[in-house]
Design a protein around this ligand. Structure first.
Ligand SMILES: Cc1cc2nc3c(=O)[nH]c(=O)nc-3n(C[C@H](O)[C@H](O)[C@H](O)COP(=O)(O)OP(=O)(O)OC[C@H]3O[C@@H](n4cnc5c(N)ncnc54)[C@H](O)[C@@H]3O)c2cc1C
Length: 426
């Protein structure tokens, strides 16, 4: 089977790259082992939450020029990165994913612990605030579902009260949830959402909350609604006179999974082939070129393409593997940027920046990875498999995934003057 481009990994970066290529007329295939980071995400996209000195950047475009040369945003270039930032809301809207926020500035989201945390863009579920200490409401009713432990109402209420909101906490018991409650491990966000997505159950929940309202101006709910579709969200919002705000829960993430499904649908709708549950386990190479890849399911039958994109994620998704004496990239055996001394991989203080998060595949400025010191001519790497960014410490995960995916698609499509992009940093 021959494609224009084969993408290894179907998380945020692989899907965004595939959709952009497919919409430009390419024939693409995404091979993806399984769940991606979106399944566990906050439902918000981070671009650059913190600078090295710990401050939260306001104007994101202005900060781009001060990043190190090895940072993926620097490889894209400040002007192009700024252009891409502006394109993101429309790109996602075209996939049925509506985003809130200013693409050039940080805003604040409420975490599952009730704190306000900087972020870039959020799914429509989560309204953003301009300031970290913004008062969310005068009086809020914080609602949980009886028996659900991954939404800590006490933390959320405490945090809201610190900013002047008077809170009342209730727990609503719905008969249809009782079957889930028989096994405590079943009371997870996704299982609850599956039940809540049934109109009659959602209707019962709305009626139960309405009965409890005592003049509160805002209702705070866990984000356990709208797994298959977000149509239920406006329905819930319009059912109350009070403002409704959803707060992210502990993983799994219902809005994140919904986003993953919508992006996959947009890719397939554009004609792309998405092979879920298959793992790319090797590549045939000749000189500086990848000729074909093999997968677990296809066995001896190989997949061929003109170009390949590695979007296999970081350690979490097995895009990178750490063993006692080395860190390696398992599909192509690419060069990985990492500290030789194992003691430098991590800090025993859990809350300190962890170096291993910034380890990843080494690339040229045009995101071509190196193998044995030489760039591979028809292979690109995007997203969290890349080195040069500490997504956890600086809060840049989704921004890196989306912008490197845009850039790589444009490079493959010949929309970029590669003589300006291809300069090696090694
Ligand atoms: C738990 C977690 C939560 C996060 N939450 C946020 C957040 O809320 N906001 C934010 O901005 N960033 C967040 N991030 C950062 C996140 O890494 C990026 O935002 C982004 O989603 C990464 O996308 P990706 O496509 O590069 O990688 P991933 O999402 O990791 O996707 C990689 C995919 O490749 C597949 N794969 C791997 N190897 C192979 C193979 N050999 N063959 C086939 N398929 C393969 C995996 O199964 C996976 O589906 C989070 C990261 C983690 C780990």
């Amino acid at each position: 089977m021959r494609y224009d481009t084969i993408i290894i990994g179907g998380g945020l970066s692989g899907l965004v790259c595939g959709i952009r290529l497919q919409k430009a007329g390419q024939k693409c295939c995404i091979v993806s082992s399984g769940q991606s980071a979106l399944h566990f995400s906050s439902g918000c996209f981070d671009f650059l939450d913190r600078l090295e000195d710990g401050t939260v950047p306001g104007n994101l475009a202005e900060c781009l020029v001060s990043l190190p040369e090895s940072h993926p945003y620097s490889k894209i270039g400040a002007e192009t990165a700024k252009k891409y930032m502006g394109e993101v809301p429309e790109f996602f809207a075209g996939c049925g994913v509506r985003l809130c926020g200013n693409p050039y500035r940080n805003s604040y989201r409420m975490t599952p612990m009730g704190d306000m945390c900087p972020t870039w863009l959020s799914l429509e579920d989560f309204p953003l605030a301009g300031e970290p200490d913004a008062k969310v409401a005068d009086r809020a009713l914080v609602v949980n579902i009886f028996g659900y432990l991954d939404f800590n109402t006490a933390f959320v209420a405490d945090a809201l009260e610190r900013n002047g909101t008077v809170c009342r906490v209730i727990s609503v018991r719905i008969d249809e949830m009782e079957r889930l409650r028989m096994n405590p491990s079943e009371m997870r966000a996704t299982n609850i959402a599956r039940v809540m997505d049934r109109p009659e159950v959602c209707g019962k929940f709305i009626a139960a909350v309405s009965e409890e309202l005592r003049g509160e101006d805002t209702i705070i709910l866990p984000a356990v609604f709208g797994l298959a579709s977000d149509e239920v969200l406006p329905k819930i919002r319009s059912s109350f006179s009070a403002d409704v705000r959803f707060v992210a829960t502990m993983p799994p993430s219902v809005p994140g999974i919904r986003t993953q499904m919508k992006l996959r649908k947009a890719f397939e709708h554009a004609g792309g082939v998405y092979l879920l549950g298959d793992t790319v386990n090797g590549a045939e190479m000749s000189g500086d070129k990848v000729l074909s890849i093999s997968t677990s399911n296809f066995g001896d039958y190989r997949l061929h393409a003109d170009n390949y994109v590695l979007a296999s994620g970081s350690f979490f998704s097995k895009g990178l593997v750490a063993v006692p004496d080395k860190i390696y990239e398992p599909v192509f055996g690419l060069d990985v940027d990492y500290a030789g001394d194992r003691k430098e991989w991590y800090d025993t203080d859990l809350f300190s920046p962890q170096n291993y998060i910034s380890f990843g595949v080494a690339t040229s400025r045009d995101f071509r990875p190196f193998k044995d010191g030489k760039p591979v001519s028809n292979l690109y790497a995007v997203g969290s498999v890349l080195s040069g960014t500490n997504a956890l410490n600086e809060g840049s995960g989704a921004g890196t995934a989306i912008l490197t995916a845009f850039r790589t698609a444009d490079l493959i499509l010949g929309r970029v003057d590669s003589s300006k992009a291809g300069q090696s940093l090694k």
